[in-house]
Each structure stands twice: as structure tokens, then as C-alpha cells.
Design a protein around this ligand. Structure first.
Ligand SMILES: [Zn+2]
Ligand SMILES: [Zn+2]
Length: 721
């Protein structure tokens, strides 16, 4: 009798046993199809002894239906799935799903039918059809993908296919990827860089677990250095994974990589078409994809022979996933490296306090690159006190910053204004009755977006047309915008410098790698004088002619006041400053603030990063906050406020007493309503050594609530909203 125990792709189900029919061969990691009632489910065979399940008699077992012809999920990845599920208190199936491709890629089809415009105008050109063709342009994809691009239903696309305006094309997904050449264009490294590169090359050769912190100021050549480690992995025939925090950074990275290695690496992110995803997944699983660059979801893919992981901009909070499995990709990357027994490089100009601490206690090896590449100097930084030197009424840029912009324009150099706020204004209110526009689904103001003439909620995406009259008192023209967003700064710039060519860079304007590439090309061609952007412009980009950075509101990030507010502000301003003066020309950074004496600003202006980090680290140590203590948040939500409150209080009452652990709350979350659900939070704070996950599992496992209430646990939370 041959049995197999499966994790099936349904988070609500535990492990299930099946019979392996004669003639079928499975092993742990095999991806199979199993019957469940009248349905069929995909599952992965697992080691029985690692998955306790109720024993089912042989006679009640059903046969497995099919085993896919793909390599089994390897043991190190199986252990990673277990570790992630255990650490982040998530179902195994939810983690495992991130390792598997769509069923199409499992089937092994060699081609996908995509569609593209033929250039023919359909006989009947309805406004919808015209819109779809206009938006799709020259892109191609599945019917469903084109429907999304065109902002129309699948039916409209099919109608266009029938009318001859869109045609089918077969896309082969087994075409090989070009192989990167480690000796294509090796860089000229200075001595420090060459030493660092040599250490990393040795680490790749040694093929054992080794976490590295590659700590270099912006523009110090971190990428060039870790590229040498990648070159070594390529020479050894092993795969490399490079994780980036934002999909918008992919495009510039692909270009840099191609310049060094002669071709682009394999990209993995949510912007891929289905055919591209399938092709990439298969190349990754077969080992053909030598180097993969991707967003955090690339971390769980089944690399056949992984030899190196690089986490670039490793301090970025966007490595933390905030829904589904709430994992931190930086931390899971280190765990994957450990299980695969390979080196992992965390690269950053502003390493997180957690990472610095690991280097200080010697768990991570540290490589420092203190100088800027090619002799470029770090920019000069100065604070502009908004109380001493205020902007004109109704304006947001202080006179000194305006002068600096003017000077830069005259010199033909580029400038960047940084404000981490999308849209035109964060709040709209009625001058007459004080009415404020709030999202009906969230505890949040509606943000005015003037380009699209709408108010939008940045939490749930709720939109409404910008109204002419106050909905409360019906007064006309009484609505005023409060505070600036990037669009409002762009207006001010247009007023001050009508001839300057500007670009707004936010997730509203740069929503795909293609858009990012367009922006980079325009910057490089000198077609933009002043960029106004959110945190999207703070990292990765390298524009030699950009010599002035203005931080519009340095106080913004400190307002939230959570554990990492000062650290995040420091990192963000340091990163955005790093965009200035990366070429031969010297850079300058002006930081607008109401509180130039705040510790974080003094540290930035005096360049005393070490002093700042030492003080922050000490404060964390005294408060036993991460990395010296542990936090976990329990979030209870329901559409029914009373019900959410009740469950939260029940959880609070059942909190186990444990030495060295305290439970705070429940209290209404700062974001008390989100997407129509009322939210309450509890916060668990414990000493480093307390097994928080086990305690929470036992604690919540003994309690029951209705399905209409959702309880999620966020281990090592980054968001406190
Ligand atoms: Zn009003
Ligand atoms: Zn909302």
C-alpha cells in the first residue's frame, strides 16, 4: 500500500492522505492533482512525519489523479515553507502557493495565444472600442489582460477580435533566455571595492550559509560590487536571486545588469503578462534562468540550484508584505539562504537598525564602502527653518529653495523636489461649514487628485468626482484644499518657472516598468528640469546632471510617531539626498522643516549617521523594542463594529499571563475603519527569548468567533495603523 500525504491548495484544509495508484511515482515535493469531493485540487506531496494528520484507514483513501511533469519542490524550499508558515502564523497552503505557478505553466503547454491590435479600424467604432484600442496601443496579452489595459469588459475585446481590429498571435514560452556573460564588461573597481568584491566572490565559492551586510553610502558602487558576486555564481553555473523593493526599480536595474553582463536577467513581478510569468517560472525551475530579479514574491520560487541571494535596498519597509502571509522578505531571504546553505547579501546605504545590530553582534559580516564611486562627493545638506524663512502665503517652497531652483535652471542642471504625498491636497474642506471629505469605508480623508478631477481614498481606492458644491451646506465654490501633495507643488513650480519642464513621479504616474523606463529616458535626455516625486524617486536612480534635491516637508514622516518614524525619516532623506550630485557636478540638498533641532535633522545636516543610529539603537534597547524585544499585533475586524469590539475584548480577556510578555489593548486601531471593516488592535510585547508564536497559537486556538469577524496576526509588524 502506497500512501501520500499532501498539502492541498486550500488554506482551510489540513493535510490530507491519498493512495498513490500503481504506476505513478511520487516523492516529497511532487506536485499532484487530487480529488476532493466532486472537485479536483492541486497539492504537493510532503513528508508524512512532518505533517501530523488524523489517520485514515487504507480502504477510505482515494487515488491521486495525476502528477505534473515538473521538478519536485526541493527539500530546502519545503523547509522554508514550513518555517514561514510557522513564524508568521499562516496556513502552509498560503505560503506554498507562492512557490507554485498558475496551472497553465504546470500543464507544460509550449505556447500561449495572445492578442494584439492589427491597426485596422473596426466597422463600428463605439466609444468603448475606441478607448480600448487607444489604451492598448501596441501591447499584447490575453483577452483578459487586454480588457484590463483597455478598461473594458472581455466582451468588448472579443468583439474587436471578431471585427478584425485585434488578432491572435502564438507566443512560444519555451524560447530560451540569453545567458549572461560574467566577463562581458567587468568594471574598474577601486581598492576598497575590489577587496569587498573579492570577499563576496569567495563567499559564493565556499557555498555555505553566510549573511553579509554591504553597507555603502549612496553612489559608492554597491551594485558594481555585488555584481562581481553574481558573476562568480554565473561562472559556477549557479542561480542568483536579486530582490528589489519596488517594481518601478526593475527597469533601471535591468539596464545596468545588461551593461555589465551583456543581456537582461529574468524579471519576476506582478506586472508580467501571464505568458511571461509562465516562461520565467519554468526557466527558474529548470535552472535555465541564471539570474532572476524580482519583487518579494520571487523569494519563494523553486530555483533549481540557487547559489546566491541579494537583497538590494534591504532597509526598505516595502519588503514587508501587509496582506495575506505577512512576511518580511528580507528576513525570509536570510532564512532561505540558511536552508539552501548559500551566502546572502543585504545591500543598503542606510541599513535598518535590526540589520546593523546583527552586524554589530557579529552574526552578519559587514563590508563598508565609505566613498562615492569615481570620486564624486556626497552632497552638502542644509536645513531650511520654515519659521525663520517661511514660504509666501499659500505657497510651500521657501525663498531659499526657490532661489536654488532658479540657479539650477540657469545652469541647465536638474532638480528634484521630494514630498511623500500623492495627489494635490491631502484634505478638502468647506470654508463655510467646515465639512471635510472623508472616505465612507475608511477612517481617512479623501485626497484630491486634480489631474483626474477626483477625490480618492489611498487606503481602499474609493473614488468620487471632485464636487463643485459642499454636500453639507450646498455652498458653491467654498471647498478649499488643505496642505500640499506633489501635484500642488508641481502647480507652484509651474507658477514660479513657467518655462521649466517638470515631471511628477508617483505610483499614479509610474505604475509599470515601462513607465519607469520612459521617465528614465526623459531624464537622461535632459528633457526634464524639475522632478516632483514621492518615495518612488528616493532610490535606485542615477542621474549625473541632478544636482539639487529639495525636501518639501521633513516633518511629515515623524508625525505618525511609531517605533521606526525617526529611522524611516532618516533613511528616506538620506536616500533622496543620494540622488544629488552623482556625477562630476557637486550636489546640494535643502531640507524644509519646522523643527531644525530635531535629533534626526541635526544628524542629517551634520552627517552624523553613526551618532543618530547609536541614539536610536540605545532608545530601542532601553524600551526593549525590536531588535531587542519582540512585537506582534493582533488585528480584529468586522463590518459590524460591536461584533469586532466584542471579539477583541474576548481575546484581550483570554490573554495568557507570561513572564516577560505584556499584552496591550484592545483599542480601536488608528485606522479604525478600513475597507468598510471596523478594526481593533492588540499589541503583544515580549522579551527576545519568549516563544511569541507558540503562545499566540495556543491563545487564539482556544477561542471561537463568527466567520464574519477576521482575526489576523502580524508578527514583527511594520505598520501600526
Ligand atoms: Zn459646507
Ligand atoms: Zn477608503
Amino acid at each position: 500500500m502506497n500512501r501520500a500525504r499532501l498539502i492541498v491548495m486550500n488554506s482551510a484544509l489540513g493535510p490530507l492522505d491519498y493512495r498513490v495508484p500503481q504506476g505513478m511515482n511520487v516523492e516529497p515535493g511532487s506536485v499532484v492533482v487530487a480529488p476532493l469531493g466532486p472537485r479536483q485540487l492541486i497539492g504537493v506531496v510532503w513528508e508524512r512525519e512532518r505533517l501530523p494528520a488524523g489517520e485514515v484507514g487504507d480502504n477510505r483513501l482515494r487515488n491521486l489523479l495525476h502528477v505534473y511533469d515538473i521538478p519536485p519542490i526541493a527539500a530546502p524550499l519545503r523547509r522554508l515553507v514550513e518555517w514561514t508558515a510557522d513564524y508568521y502564523l499562516s496556513p502552509l497552503a498560503a505560503v506554498l502557493r507562492m512557490a507554485l505557478p498558475s496551472s497553465g505553466a504546470l500543464e507544460g503547454a509550449r505556447s500561449v495565444t495572445e492578442y494584439r491590435a492589427t491597426g485596422q479600424v473596426p466597422d463600428r467604432l463605439t466609444p468603448q472600442r475606441a478607448q480600448a484600442l487607444e489604451r492598448i496601443g501596441e501591447r499584447q496579452g490575453l483577452v483578459s489582460e487586454l480588457a484590463i489595459l483597455g478598461g473594458v469588459s472581455d466582451g468588448v475585446i472579443r468583439g474587436l477580435v471578431k471585427g478584425g481590429a485585434i488578432e491572435a498571435v502564438e507566443v512560444r514560452i519555451d524560447d530560451p533566455y540569453p545567458a549572461p556573460d560574467p566577463d562581458h564588461a567587468p568594471p574598474a573597481l577601486d581598492e576598497t571595492q575590489a577587496d569587498a568584491a573579492a570577499e563576496l566572490r569567495e563567499a559564493v565559492d565556499a557555498r555555505e550559509f553566510a549573511p553579509w551586510l554591504l553597507d555603502g553610502v549612496t553612489g559608492s558602487g554597491k551594485t558594481e560590487v555585488y555584481f562581481e558576486a553574481i558573476a562568480e555564481a554565473i561562472r559556477r553555473g549557479r542561480q542568483t536571486l536579486v530582490l528589489l523593493p519596488e517594481i518601478a526599480l526593475t527597469e533601471p536595474f535591468l539596464k545596468r545588469f545588461a551593461a555589465r553582463f551583456g543581456c537582461e536577467p529574468v524579471a519576476w513581478h506582478s506586472g508580467l503578462r501571464q505568458s511571461q510569468r509562465r516562461r520565467a517560472w519554468r526557466a527558474i525551475a529548470s535552472g535555465e534562468a541564471r539570474v532572476t530579479v524580482g519583487a518579494r514574491s520571487a523569494l519563494f520560487l523553486p530555483y533549481r540550484d540557487l547559489g546566491l541571494i541579494v537583497v538590494d535596498e534591504a532597509h526598505e519597509a516595502s519588503f514587508k508584505q501587509e496582506d495575506g502571509v505577512q512576511y518580511h522578505a528580507r528576513d525570509v531571504a536570510v532564512m532561505r539562504a540558511k536552508l539552501e546553505e548559500i551566502p546572502v547579501i543585504l545591500a543598503s546605504a542606510t541599513p535598518a537598525i535590526e540589520t546593523r545590530h546583527m552586524a554589530e553582534i557579529g552574526t552578519y559580516k559587514e563590508l563598508k564602502l565609505p566613498a562615492r564611486y569615481g570620486g564624486a562627493r556626497l552632497p552638502d545638506m542644509a536645513a531650511l527653518d520654515l519659521l525663520q524663512d517661511p514660504p509666501e502665503r499659500g505657497r510651500w517652497l521657501a525663498p531659499k529653495l526657490v532661489d536654488a531652483l532658479e540657479q539650477n535652471l540657469a545652469n541647465g542642471e536638474q532638480s528634484l523636489l521630494f514630498l511623500n504625498r500623492r495627489g494635490y491636497a491631502p484634505l478638502t474642506l468647506c470654508r463655510r461649514c467646515g465639512y471635510r471629505f472623508q472616505c465612507p469605508n475608511c477612517t481617512a480623508w479623501m485626497v484630491e487628485h486634480r489631474f483626474t478631477r477626483r477625490l480618492a481614498c489611498h487606503h481602499c481606492g474609493h473614488m468620487m468626482p471632485a464636487p463643485e458644491t459642499c454636500p453639507e451646506c450646498k455652498e458653491e465654490d467654498a471647498l478649499v484644499a488643505c496642505g500640499p501633495g506633489v501635484e500642488r507643488i508641481a502647480d507652484e513650480v509651474a507658477l514660479l518657472f513657467p518655462d521649466a519642464r517638470t515631471a511628477i513621479v508617483t505610483s499614479d504616474t509610474i505604475w509599470s516598468p515601462v513607465k519607469a523606463a520612459e521617465f528614465v529616458a526623459r531624464m537622461e535626455a535632459g528633457e526634464i528640469d524639475i522632478v516632483i516625486g514621492t518615495q518612488l524617486v528616493t532610490k535606485g536612480y542615477h542621474f549625473p546632471n541632478l544636482t539639487l534635491v529639495g525636501v518639501v516637508d521633513a516633518d511629515l514622516g515623524l508625525a505618525g510617531g511609531d517605533l521606526r518614524a525617526a529611522e524611516r525619516t532618516f533613511q528616506q532623506i538620506q536616500q533622496v539626498s543620494g540622488r544629488a550630485g552623482r556625477g562630476d557636478k557637486h550636489g546640494r540638498v535643502l531640507v524644509q522643516t519646522h523643527d531644525p533641532n530635531a535629533a534626526v535633522l541635526r544628524a542629517l545636516v551634520s552627517g552624523d549617521a553613526e551618532g543618530f543610529y547609536a541614539a536610536e539603537t540605545e532608545a530601542r534597547r532601553l524600551a526593549a523594542m525590536p531588535p531587542f524585544g519582540r512585537l506582534a499585533a493582533i488585528i480584529v475586524s468586522s463590518e459590524n463594529q460591536a461584533e469586532a469590539n466584542e471579539v477583541a475584548r474576548m481575546i484581550g480577556r483570554a490573554a495568557p499571563a507570561h513572564e516577560n510578555m505584556a499584552v496591550f489593548g484592545p483599542a480601536p486601531a488608528p485606522l479604525a475603519m478600513l475597507r468598510g471593516r471596523h478594526r481593533f488592535r492588540l499589541l503583544v510585547h515580549a522579551h527576545r527569548a519568549v516563544p511569541v508564536q507558540d503562545i499566540i497559537r495556543d491563545w487564539l486556538g482556544g477561542l471561537h468567533w463568527k466567520n464574519s469577524t477576521r482575526v489576523t496576526v502580524d508578527v514583527d509588524p511594520y505598520s501600526f495603523l
